[in-house]
Every structure is written in structure tokens, then in C-alpha cells.
Design a protein. Structure first.
Length: 267
């Protein structure tokens, strides 16, 4: 029988400019100008956090595109001006400014857009749907992928899951002691941010933990759902191959590249 179709599993970390990595990750003598080139050859996705704090220029996106392998992608953290606000439905101008800042320069290397909300932001169904209506369906003629990262427990309700599914937006699975973890599949791809890296472990996560995450990623990619993941809604979406993005972020950040490489080696 032919092998069942599976989605692509990617793993990486947040950013590529981090001084401690010059001792733990980058080769000795590598210039800072070539760090992205090197990092993108070791992992398959990098989450850009700088876009959260300030607007980037088209030239920057083009430079990042040209410095990375053909099958590499960037996940972009959307600007705080769009998500850290009282009324999300008023974020239209900020969203448009972000989308028009040069994202199309990335071409096929444009991956998911991550919309992270303040830990104090409570779930308001009407306001949140007004926000989702503002998100573009396509960017530069390519289908846009949107990821939602709520950080308040009020989002742990079936209504939010249903809303995310209606707009085909993924919900971040946060492997975190601080923020809620939602394991519900709500889109045609899955996005996880792993925040428990430990400095005393060379790969950030232990070998058994990485084995478990590799199994989880493969389960999602095949279209199934891991039974051990916490879910809010008992209903499951139709099984279908899904792309999976796993980002090692926060925690012992100096271990993030090694963690991503160790996970990729298991895939």
C-alpha cells in the first residue's frame, strides 16, 4: 500500500542574533553578518520576534530571503500595536501596515504569522471575531497562515475553539508553566512553542522529552491528534495531513538551537 500523506514538520528557534549562541551554536570566527545564513542551514524555520517591536523594511525581508535555503521559512511575530490593545476590532490600520511592510519580499519563505495577545487580555467573542475578520486570507497571492496565542485562561472555552476553526487559524500550543496550553487542532497546520528548555541539558529538553515531541509532531503531521494533549473541545476536526511548526523559545534560550537540531534528527 502507498504510504499515507504527511505534512511537513519544521523545527527552529526564535531569532538568530543572540550573543551566547556564539559560544554554544555558531562556529568560532563566524561573522555576525553570516549568522542567519548558518542558522538557517541547521534548522528549518526561524520565528522573527523583531517584527513584534518595530516595523521592518522591505529591504530587510529581501535580505533575509536571499540569505536562507530555498526550502526554509520564517514565522513572523505580528506587531504589538495590533494585539496589545483594548479593542482588537480597531486593529485594522496596524494589521495593514504590518502586511504592507514588505512581507511579500519573502515569497515562498513567508510562513505563519503569530498574533500574540497580552496575558491580561480576556476572551470577548464579538471583539475577537471582529479581529479575525481583519486578518488577510492571502499575502502576495499566497495563502496566509495565522496563529493565535492567547495567554489568559478565559480563552479555554469551546466558543474560542469554534471561532478559530471557522477562520482556519491555528492556536499556539504552549509548553509552558506560565500560560494556558490548548491542544485543540483548529487549522490545517499546527504551531507549538516550547518554553521549558533547561540550561543544564545540552539539548535543552531531555532525550525522552524530545522523543515524545517527535512522536507528537508525527501524529499531527499524519492528521491525527495526540491523546495526551489537553483539549477544550471534545469534537475533532476531519483527519488530514498537516504541516507542523515547533519553535523552541524562552526557557534556557542558549539551548534552543541544539534542541531544534535534536528534534529534527529524530524526524
Amino acid at each position: 500500500m502507498p504510504k499515507a500523506k504527511e505534512g511537513r514538520i519544521r523545527a527552529g528557534m526564535g531569532g538568530w542574533t543572540y550573543a551566547p549562541w556564539r559560544k554554544t551554536f555558531y562556529p568560532k570566527g563566524l561573522t555576525q553578518a553570516r549568522e542567519l545564513e548558518y542558522a538557517s542551514g541547521q534548522v528549518t524555520v526561524i520565528e522573527i520576534n523583531g517584527t513584534f517591536y518595530r516595523t521592518q523594511k522591505p529591504e530587510s525581508f529581501a535580505k533575509w530571503r536571499d540569505a536562507t535555503p530555498a526550502d526554509f521559512v520564517f514565522a513572523l511575530k505580528a506587531p504589538r500595536y495590533a494585539t496589545i490593545r483594548k479593542v482588537l476590532g480597531d486593529a485594522g490600520p496596524s494589521i495593514d501596515r504590518f502586511v504592507d511592510s514588505g512581507l511579500t519580499e519573502l515569497g515562498a519563505k513567508l510562513g505563519p504569522l503569530l498574533w500574540q495577545f497580552a496575558p491580561t487580555k480576556r476572551y470577548d467573542a464579538e471583539d475577537f471575531e471582529n479581529f479575525l475578520k481583519l486578518l488577510p486570507g492571502t499575502i502576495g497571492g499566497r495563502k496566509a497562515r495565522h496563529v493565535l496565542e492567547p495567554r489568559h485562561p478565559s480563552f479555554l472555552v469551546p466558543g474560542f475553539i469554534a471561532l478559530a476553526r471557522r477562520y482556519n487559524c491555528a492556536i499556539v500550543f504552549s509548553d509552558s508553566e506560565e500560560y494556558p496550553s490548548l491542544g485543540d487542532v483548529t487549522a490545517d497546520f499546527v504551531y507549538a512553542r516550547l518554553m521549558r528548555s533547561q540550561s543544564k541539558i545540552k539539548t535543552g529538553y531531555s532525550a525522552p522529552a524530545l522523543d515524545a515531541w517527535a512522536k507528537v509532531a508525527k501524529t499531527f503531521a499524519r492528521g491525527s491528534e495526540p491523546k495526551e494533549f489537553p483539549r477544550v473541545d471534545t469534537a475533532s476536526p476531519k483527519a488530514a495531513a498537516r504541516d507542523v511548526y515547533v519553535i523552541f523559545i524562552n526557557g534556557a534560550k542558549e539551548r534552543a538551537p541544539a534542541a531544534a537540531q535534536a528534534l529534527l534528527s529524530r524526524l
